[in-house]
Design a protein around this ligand. Structure first.
Ligand SMILES: [Zn+2]
Length: 113
């Protein structure tokens, strides 16, 4: 389960934010990740609730917004998002393309009380 490492990162970050804001509860965490990262928000939420042994993260919701991977045309240099991608460059029709896998992962925002 590779969510564990990323959950530790989220946990430390969220805990720091919560302490800085004197929060007693974290309600929601919004993540942003590339569409080639395969982290499952529900599993991250489960791990977080286990890690937060003081109730800070009880019932926390984890949502994710997915960012599309980019495709680069090696012939004309055009860059476009993967959902527009049908095997050829939309600008020049070339099939000489490179997929830049988007595996970004970041904590976009947290909701506390
Ligand atoms: Zn092209």
């Amino acid at each position: 389960m590779h969510e564990l490492a990323v959950t530790e990162y989220v946990y430390n970050l969220v805990r720091k934010q919560a302490e800085a804001n004197k929060a007693t509860k974290v309600r929601k965490i919004l993540l942003e990740m590339g569409d080639q990262s395969d982290y499952v928000p529900e599993i991250i939420a489960e791990y977080l609730q286990v890690m937060g042994d003081d109730g800070l993260l009880d019932g926390v919701k984890v949502e994710a917004k997915y960012l599309p991977s980019k495709v680069l045309c090696r012939d004309c240099g055009a860059e476009f998002t993967r959902h527009e991608f049908d095997g050829t460059c939309p600008k020049c029709g070339s099939e000489n393309l490179k997929l830049n896998r988007n595996t970004d992962f970041l904590v976009k925002s947290i909701e506390i009380e």
